[in-house]
Every structure is written in structure tokens, then in C-alpha cells.
Design a protein around this ligand. Structure first.
Ligand code: GDD
Ligand code: MG
Length: 356
């Protein structure tokens, strides 16, 4: 069984953390996000993965190599200019080994999902579909691909980022394609699988199925979602083969140094070579490698980049701190603020208290 993982996006919504590191390679519950996806695919029977890379392509190969350490074969195909989701899928076709009628899995590289991949494959094969899409139900379908189906699970339309969704069922970013459908995507130009390939298949009356599975599902493309996903994996709300059952309130790397009276909760991660000083509180937060959290600092629902330094008694809630940034003592930062790579905030420079 083969899978293609789309990892060419720029991860704009996670800047500045994605300036040097592509989104799927950001630390997440003790490993790069993509490691969780790869091990999940392996557990579903995938033996060969082709990564469709573009932005910061070299980072993937440097980390995963040929995949041997993860017990899977990994190949890379890099787009010099991003070709979009459909163009990226078409571009990897030459590396696929499946025959024309074989099923190939295709996954967005930023989706954390607990759905039953085996059941999705089974539906696809039983009905001999051209493509079978995992669908989930969400309260607000507008930021996603809206996908209505009929009573026989046949997809009847595909509306990407529709301002007025006709259903709350959305494309969850995991597809099974018959191999020949990949080969039929036009080559050498930008193609959106959502805006062109799926509507085209429907127009041609091809069998496109929806596999509805409402297990845990999250697109980790925003800072808030990324922190939530990582914390959920650490706490065991959703399983990942990377942690294999060892779940709890925090995941502290053996090479981190955390003062015994610091309080680390809510599924927080403390990365390798990071230091957390006495009296600090860290809740539902991802602290990357080599960061330093000063004594008495209070941090919640945030992403702390590599080598960032958080001063004594700083209060951070729902923020992103770029790599190498220095937050002076006694600052208060909140509400989605992002501090850029290597920026320096002087001591007591920012107060978040609401205006009287
Ligand atoms: N190789 C390659 N080339 N990959 C790309 C490119 C490209 O040009 N553009 C985007 N990708 C990858 C991203 O890295 C990501 O893993 C995936 O394709 C989806 O891109 P996003 O930018 O995250 O799209 P989205 O989240 O707005 O929407 C997509 O995902 C939703 C579910 O999370 C769509 O597929 C929606 O229909 C879907 O509901
Ligand atoms: Mg996304």
C-alpha cells in the first residue's frame, strides 16, 4: 500500500515558526507533526510514502532520510514552483509503484485524525470508486471544502471555502484515489484537487464516495489548533503510535531541565535542552528545543519557538513566540499576538490589562 502526503504549503498561519521550518516538521507531542502521521499510515498498512514537497523541502529529507528508522520507505518529489494540491499529487505519480486500478492514499500534511483508514479503504474497494473522501461534520464548514453526499454515500458536489455551506460535512483531507485518477490529472501546471479535480470527476459522472467518520479530527494549521492537537495527543484524547499509550498531563524530554516546583499541565510539551525555572507554570503549551522559561513565568495555550527566552514573571496566554526571541521580565502578552524570530521585548514593556 502506498501513500502520498502533501507537505508543500508555506504554513503562513503558523508564522513566524514556519519561516525556517515547514509546518509538518514543527515539534508536536514529542516529535515533528509528520512523524505522527507517518506512523499512523504505517499502522494502517502503508509501506511506501511519497512526500510531495515544495516549501523548505530539504528539511524533510534531512530528518527522515529513506524512512528506515520509522520502518517505512520514504521518497521525495519536490516542486520547484508550488503546483497546488492536485499538481503536487500529479507530480509524484512517477514515483508510485501501484498499478492503474490499485488504491493510493493521499493525505494533507496538517491533519490529525483518528478515523478508521482501513474502513475507508474497504468502502473504496467494495464500491470500485474512482475516489473516496474521508468526511467529517464540523460546526462551521466555511474554512473547509464543503462536500454534500446522497443516501448512497455518493459525493454530489465539492465547494471549497464556500461562504454559504450547503452541509456541515467537510473534506477531512484524506483521500483514496484509484491510481489511474492520479495519472489523469493534467501535468506540469498548478492544479487544485479541491477546486478542479473533484468537481471535474463529478462532472464526468465518476464514482466519488464520501466515507463519513466522526472520530477525532483536527486541522492543525493555526496556532490555536496546533497547541490543542499536541496537548490532545499528550493527554491521550487521540492516540498516536509515537507515544504508544504513555500519556499524561505533560511530556518532558529527558534532556530538558524542569525545576521540581514548576507546574507543567494540560498536555504541555517541554522539548530537549529546554529549561523551566522554579515556580513557573506551563499549561497546554508546546515549548520547542532549547527554550528557557524564567522563574514564576505563567504560560498557557502558547507555542514557544526554539531557543526563545521567557523572562521572570512574564505572563503569556494564547501567543506565538518566534525562534530565539527574548521576552523580558514582567511582560504580559495575550490574544493571539506573535513575536517574530529573534525579536527582543524589554523588561516590563507590555501590559495586557484591559483599558479602564
Ligand atoms: N506539494 C504541495 N504543493 N503541497 C501543498 C501545496 C502545493 O502547492 N499547497 C498546499 N499544500 C499542502 C499543505 O502543506 C497541506 O498539507 C495541504 O496541502 C492542504 O493545504 P492547506 O493550505 O492546509 O489547506 P486548507 O487547510 O486551507 O484546506 C484543505 O484542507 C481542509 C481540511 O483540513 C482543503 O483540502 C479543504 O478542502 C479541507 O477541508
Ligand atoms: Mg490545512
Amino acid at each position: 500500500m502506498e501513500a502520498v502526503v502533501l507537505v508543500g504549503g508555506q504554513g503562513t498561519r503558523l508564522q513566524p515558526l514556519t519561516i525556517r521550518t515547514p509546518k509538518p516538521m514543527l515539534p508536536f507531542a514529542g516529535a515533528p507533526f509528520l512523524t505522527h502521521q507517518i506512523t499512523r499510515l504505517r499502522a494502517a498498512g502503508v509501506e511506501h510514502i511519497v512526500l510531495a514537497t515544495s516549501y523548505r523541502a530539504e528539511v524533510f529529507a534531512e530528518h527522515f532520510g529513506n524512512g528506515k528508522e520509522l520502518g517505512i520507505r520514504i521518497d521525495y518529489v519536490t516542486e520547484t514552483e508550488p503546483l497546488g494540491t492536485g499538481g503536487g499529487i500529479r507530480n509524484v505519480a512517477r514515483r508510485l509503484e501501484s498499478g492503474p486500478a490499485d488504491a493510493v492514499l493521499i493525505v494533507n500534511g496538517d491533519v490529525l485524525s483518528g478515523h478508521d483508514i482501513g474502513a475507508q479503504l474497504e468502502l473504496h474497494r467494495r464500491r470500485e470508486a474512482a475516489a473516496t473522501l474521508h468526511l467529517v461534520e464540523v460546526p462551521d464548514a466555511r474554512p473547509f471544502g464543503c462536500v454534500p453526499t446522497d443516501s448512497h454515500n455518493r459525493v454530489t458536489g465539492f465547494f471549497e471555502k464556500s461562504p454559504e455551506p450547503v452541509t456541515n460535512r467537510i473534506n477531512a483531507g484524506c483521500y483514496v484515489f484509484a491510481r489511474h485518477v492520479i495519472d489523469e490529472i493534467p501535468e506540469g501546471r498548478v492544479v487544485s484537487v479541491e477546486r478542479e479535480t473533484f468537481p471535474g470527476l463529478l462532472e464526468d459522472k465518476q464514482m466519488v464516495l464520501g466515507y463519513v467518520d466522526n472520530a477525532y479530527w483536527l486541522d492543525v494549521g493555526t496556532p490555536r489548533a496546533f497547541v490543542k492537537g499536541s496537548s490532545d495527543v499528550v493527554r491521550g484524547v487521540v492516540d498516536s503510535p509515537v507515544l504508544s499509550g504513555s500519556v499524561g498531563e505533560s511530556l518532558i524530554d529527558p534532556d530538558a531541565s524542569v525545576h521540581p516546583n514548576a507546574v507543567i499541565t494540560g498536555g504541555s510539551v517541554i522539548g530537549p535542552r529546554s529549561v523551566v525555572e522554579s515556580g513557573a507554570t506551563v499549561h497546554s503549551t508546546v515549548v520547542a528545543d532549547g527554550a528557557h522559561i524564567g522563574s514564576g513565568a505563567v504560560i498557557g495555550f502558547s507555542l514557544i519557538g526554539r531557543r526563545a527566552v521567557i523572562g521572570r514573571k512574564a505572563m503569556l496566554n494564547d501567543v506565538v513566540i518566534g525562534e530565539g526571541a527574548k521576552i523580558g521580565e514582567n511582560n504580559e502578552l495575550a490574544n493571539g499576538i506573535r513575536i517574530w524570530t529573534d525579536a527582543v521585548i524589554p523588561d516590563a514593556a507590555i501590559r495586557f490589562s484591559p483599558l479602564p
